[in-house]
Design a protein around this ligand. Structure first.
Ligand code: LMR
Length: 348
């Protein structure tokens, strides 16, 4: 009887392993296929993974892009979007793209600075004053120069999308001066410039991927973080923070990229359709993102227990001065050329 039980147990165990291998249990979710669609075999599926909510500048622009691609290719390409780190968290998505496990991603440029340290220029506080400044740089010749730097990583850069200006949220009562961040532990994205920015005003920093931020704030492992209004609202950070200071100190933008081999495998007419769709979607993004952030702010203004403080011009000047040494740091490590080019573009 005992032998029978052991044999039965081993057979069941072997069956579980066999089925697991066949159906990929324990692996990342396999990508769904719509088996009812016409011409399935000829259709090219382009999987686009990102980490934010659907009702954000990146989420909505990705949806617009998908619609435009399908329209412009007469359905020859289907863009499947996976939001909210469903497929890959932001620590995983660059490798997934490089390996061709996913065809498109749009990480914030800060998260690409490990590959391209020069991109830290975009993280310099107060480099951009208005939405028009961002638009000018994200559509001008500097954009092309920056995106070409991706070529050597088996990735083709298609565009820069904007989210908006970043603000600080904290679990403390009131952050008005830069020194009010002293001693707090703040979450950062993986960018040396962002870490330096916070260390400069006496804050401790810890890196964390976007999908973990809410829980880490809730658990009190972080006292605060910096992000755009639409991200703070759509991820509910206001529920686990006491206040937000409207500093507009930096910007959050995205490098939209496609796997190099996938791109090269596409016929010319489909490449053109993707480029056209991207141009249209980007123009829409650069126009709409400001309004989306304004709407998010309006919604948070009514949240009980969440205090919003907007800096006066004099108060903002103190933050600018506090962050000024970062410009010298950037120039001495990465040269003046890119920085001057951007400063010139935003001045025009
Ligand atoms: C963050 O990690 O805070 C942002 O980069 C998330 C995003 O993609 O907007």
């Amino acid at each position: 009887m005992k032998n029978f039980m052991i044999t039965a147990f081993l057979i069941i165990l072997a069956l579980v392993f066999y089925l697991g291998d066949q159906y990929g249990f324990g692996e990342k979710a396999s990508l769904p296929v719509d088996h009812e669609q016409e011409g399935l075999n000829e259709q090219i599926v382009l999987n686009f993974s990102h980490v934010v909510a659907e009702n954000t500048p990146k989420g909505l622009t990705a949806a617009k892009f998908a619609e435009l691609v399908e329209e412009k290719t007469d359905g020859a390409i289907k863009v499947e979007i996976y939001p909210n780190s469903m497929l890959y968290s932001d620590g995983e998505e660059l490798n997934a793209l490089q390996n061709g496990d996913v065809q498109m991603i749009a990480p914030s440029f800060s998260k690409v600075t490990d590959w391209i340290p020069e991109w830290q220029v975009l993280d310099l506080p107060y480099l951009f004053q208005t939405n028009e400044d961002i638009q000018a740089v994200f559509t001008g010749p500097t954009k092309d120069r920056l995106l070409r730097m991706l070529d050597k990583h088996n990735v083709k850069g298609l565009a820069f999308w904007n989210n908006g200006f970043k603000q600080f949220t904290t679990a403390t009562d009131s952050v008005i001066k830069p020194q009010d961040l002293e001693g707090l532990t703040l979450r950062t994205m993986p960018s040396d410039m962002l870490v330096r920015q916070l260390n400069l005003v006496g804050a401790e920093t810890k890196e964390a991927s976007f999908d973990q931020v809410y829980t880490l704030l809730e658990d009190g492992q972080f006292d605060g973080q910096e992000n755009t209004l639409s991200n703070i609202y759509s991820k509910g950070f206001y529920q686990v923070q006491k206040q937000m200071t409207i500093t507009n100190h930096g910007i959050l933008g995205y490098a939209v990229m496609i796997n190099g081999e996938f791109w090269d495998s596409l016929p010319k007419n489909l490449q053109t359709a993707i480029t056209d769709a991207m141009e249209e979607a980007t123009a829409w993004n650069l126009k709409q993102s400001e309004a989306m952030n304004r709407q998010a702010l309006k919604k948070m203004e009514d949240m009980p227990g969440f205090h919003i403080r907007t800096l006066s011009e004099t108060e903002q000047l103190e933050w600018r001065e506090a962050f000024e040494p970062l410009y010298n740091y950037y120039e001495s490590h990465y040269g003046k050329k890119l920085l001057r080019e951007i400063e010139q573009t935003v001045k025009e």
